[in-house]
Design a protein around this ligand. Structure first.
Ligand SMILES: *[C@@H]1O[C@H](CO)[C@@H](O)[C@H](O)[C@H]1NC(C)=O
Ligand SMILES: *[C@@H]1O[C@H](CO)[C@@H](O)[C@H](O)[C@H]1NC(C)=O
Ligand SMILES: *[C@@H]1O[C@H](CO)[C@@H](O)[C@H](O)[C@H]1NC(C)=O
Ligand SMILES: *[C@@H]1O[C@H](CO)[C@@H](O)[C@H](O)[C@H]1NC(C)=O
Length: 711
């Protein structure tokens, strides 16, 4: 079949783990335009034939994981030069990892975990400048971690856990700012200090280096890793105190420093961090144990095996601390008296200031008018906030204006400012009226409108702008189609959206629409739902934004239709607009449901409704419908499929073989989600679901999915 593009027989029970099971692969070498080859999750055995290197160079994705394959990985694999995703996880591959993998310059995700690979990590991997995920955990790898990995400038996740790697952690790897998902070096024989360069990893959310022989002090630069949520350093030989800089790890959830040689006091700032688990056991900490925060929860905290600790909650069974007053000598007592009186003086002054300030506050509150409950900003404020509406701050342009990122010094907040393009007919018409109404709708999945600005610019022209809260993770569109790059700064932390994240965001958008359609006094139609209007915050929650076309139901008129059709000229909007609008139908909530259906199909197939392939009557809905339900897996975004084989975030620390049941469940969920997308994007408005039913259905799917992903 020389025109074959996709060959996917994953998730079956094919073969019985015998030699030569994969000989059939050689017959695929005649498929000269093959893109995707998946045989993962079967019972294939034997060795991978050398002809694998004769597969077409058009191959993007090759997944052999979760089988019973053995022998070495042929070096000829280095011939498939356009490969972007390669997974051979969870097999019995032995021998060394072929250095020829370094020839695969387009490689983005490489999964070699759960095998018995031995030998060294090839230096040539440093040639893979586009690599985002590198997983080699659970093998028998020897030697040192090559410093050349520091050249993988796109790396988001690195897993080298459970091997026999020795030597130091190369500082070059700790200088890769994109590392954000996680770094796992645990259970090796690494020695030396944790490099101070670790402070460069400002976006890193998990670091596991437990079970090594690392020594020296914990570098204070670790406090610069402000995104850390999970930090595991247990079972090493770290010494010295906990650096005070760790107080800046505001997002930290779990901290494990157990079984080291750490000493000094247990710092008070641990009380203020939002920890759910704290393990300081078996060190040499001394002095008073604080009692607040996570330390108040004796089942979340362990301080066992620290002989010189005292105080703390009675449950910890530590001795009482010796009171400092009784055992001190005269000099110390004098000092403490001075200190106490000094503190008293400061407290007195502070309370005086507070009192004065309150009086002033009361006066100003009384004198200000009552209709000023919103942040007020002027043209000048916005000019300053956006650096003169500079192109460096431009984060998007749409039919009705341009959006700039800005920083309001006054409130110390980062904002997004949409400046309306007043040349455009209709843009300013109901501007203030809409703003007023928008102020009254509030929902966690709608982008918050902070204020509006209406005035004149320095040239005396009318100036109108809307000020929104800024969404740090940009728009869903950028996440689904990462080649659309608006800001280099954001690109650095770009990651792939996982299955569960996509389901969550689809649910967020559905909740927002359900609110607009069913829970507001007058139903509200958004009219312009598309991925570039779904914005994502720091917690990966979706927010529907851009109400430029929003309509309140009773006032819906034909005027809007002309507005809509005139914006069709703008590339990207076409494809999401309900077909009945084109035929002159009035605006209704059903139209939003259509756009939502298309959005869901786009989220899970990875294809835009405006893709070049959709012409001559073929569209995203029909394309999906043709594959539904038996062949749904073949039209799913291939990266998503890969991911379901390799855990939701590509870095599962204690990986085990996944069962077929789980994948069947994931497959079922995908079918149900695609079905929602199809029903919502029905040609006939009355055939679509209501957003209320969509929310309920998605929540059920999510529940099933989280059960099967083992969260
Ligand atoms: C590939 O195609 C050629 C010509 O059609 C044929 O002779 C050959 O047997 C095919 N090879 C495989 C491995 O199927
Ligand atoms: C791969 O292709 C080359 C060149 O066409 C050929 O010489 C070689 O025999 C092939 N190898 C296998 C294992 O099919
Ligand atoms: C690939 O990596 C090796 C070893 O790090 C290096 O010697 C070689 O020059 C690299 N090749 C290219 C094309 O960058
Ligand atoms: C205490 O910690 C345990 C285990 O981490 C957790 O399940 C529990 O909810 C915590 N209790 C409180 C009151 O936070």
């Amino acid at each position: 079949m020389s025109n074959l593009r996709i060959f996917n027989i994953g998730l079956n029970y094919l073969r019985r783990g015998q030699a030569n099971d994969l000989d059939f692969l050689c017959s695929l070498t005649n498929a000269t335009i093959l893109n995707l080859l998946v045989i993962a999750n079967n019972n294939f055995g034997g060795e991978v034939p050398k002809c694998i290197g004769n597969l077409s160079i058009t191959l993007d994705l090759l997944a052999l994981g979760q089988n019973a394959l053995s022998g070495t990985l042929p070096s000829s694999i280095g011939n498939i030069i356009n490969l972007q995703v390669l997974s051979v996880s969870a097999n019995n591959f032995s021998g060394s990892i072929p250095p020829e993998i370094g020839n695969l310059k387009k490689m983005k995700q490489l999964y070699l975990t759960d095998n018995v690979f031995t030998g060294e990590v090839p230096h040539t991997l440093g040639n893979l400048s586009m690599l985002t995920h590198l997983s080699m955990g659970n093998n028998n790898l020897l030697g040192t971690i090559p410093s050349s990995l520091g050249k993988c400038q796109s790396l988001l996740a690195l897993d080298l856990a459970h091997n026999k790697l020795a030597g130091a952690i190369p500082p070059e790897i700790m200088s890769l700012p994109p590392l954000s998902i996680g770094v796992d070096f645990s259970m090796n024989n690494l020695t030396g200090e944790l490099p101070v360069e670790i402070g460069n990893l400002k976006h890193l959310s998990a670091l596991d280096q437990s079970g090594n022989k690392l020594s020296g002090k914990i570098p204070s630069s670790l406090g610069s890793c402000m995104s850390l949520e999970y930090l595991y350093m247990g079972d090493n030989m770290f010494a010295g105190p906990i650096p005070s800089t760790l107080s800046s790890l505001r997002g930290i959830r779990e901290l494990n420093l157990s079984h080291n040689r750490l000493s000094g006091q247990i710092p008070d700032f641990l009380e203020d961090l939002d920890l759910t688990s704290l393990d300081l056991s078996f060190n040499n900490f001394q002095g008073n144990l604080p009692t607040g925060g996570v330390l108040a929860n004796t089942s979340a905290t362990s301080v066992l095996g620290n002989e010189k600790l005292c105080g703390g909650l009675p449950e910890y069974r530590l001795p009482k601390c010796k009171s400092t007053g009784t055992s001190t000598n005269g000099r110390v007592r004098n000092v403490s008296i001075y200190t106490v009186s000094g503190i008293l003086a400061i407290v007195f002054m502070l309370s005086l200031l507070c009192f004065l300030w309150h009086r002033k506050q009361r006066k100003t509150v009384a004198s200000s008018s009552s209709n000023d409950q919103f942040l007020k900003v002027s043209y000048q404020d916005l000019l300053k906030a956006t650096d003169g509406f500079s192109s460096a701050n431009l984060i998007g342009t749409g039919s009705f204006g341009s959006v700039f990122k800005g920083f309001l010094a006054l409130d110390q907040t980062t904002i997004a400012v949409k400046v309306l393009n007043l040349d455009r007919h209709g843009a300013s018409k109901s501007f203030i009226k809409e703003c007023e109404a928008l102020r009254n709708i509030r929902h966690r999945n709608l982008v918050k409108v902070l204020t509006a600005c209406s005035g004149t610019d320095y040239q005396g022209n009318d100036f109108k702008a809307l000020v929104y809260e800024f969404m740090i993770n940009g728009s869903l569109d950028e996440w689904l189609h990462p080649q659309v790059r608006t800001s280099p700064e954001r690109e650095v932390i770009r990651r792939q959206l996982g299955l569960l994240q996509r389901v969550n965001i689809a649910t967020d958008v559905a909740c927002a629409l359900d609110y607009l359609h069913h829970q507001c006094e007058t139903p509200i139609v958004h009219c312009d739902l598309k991925p570039s209007n779904v914005l994502i915050d720091g917690e990966m929650t979706g927010h529907v934004g851009d109400f430029g076309l929003v309509r309140f139901m009773p006032g819906a008129t034909r005027e809007l239709i002309s507005e809509l059709t005139s914006s069709i000229g703008v590339k990207g909007s076409l494809g999401y607009i309900a077909p009945e609008y084109g035929a002159g139908a009035e605006v209704s909530t059903n139209g939003d449901v259509y756009s939502y259906g298309i959005l869901v199909l786009e989220m899970f197939t990875g294809k835009r409704p405006t893709d070049d392939m959709f012409s001559d009557g073929l569209n995203l809905h029909l394309f999906t419908k043709a594959a539904f339900p038996e062949r749904v897996l073949q039209i799913i975004d291939p990266l998503l499929l890969q991911e379901s084989h390799d855990e939701d975030d590509g870095l599962d620390i204690r990986r085990t073989r996944r069962s077929h049941d789980r994948f069947l469940k994931i497959q079922e969920c995908l079918v149900s989600i695609v079905e929602i997308g199809l029903v919502c994007s029905s040609e006939i408005p009355s055939g679509r679901m209501s957003m209320r039913d969509v929310v309920a259905a998605l929540q059920a799917i999510r529940k099933k999915l989280t059960g099967s992903l083992g969260y």
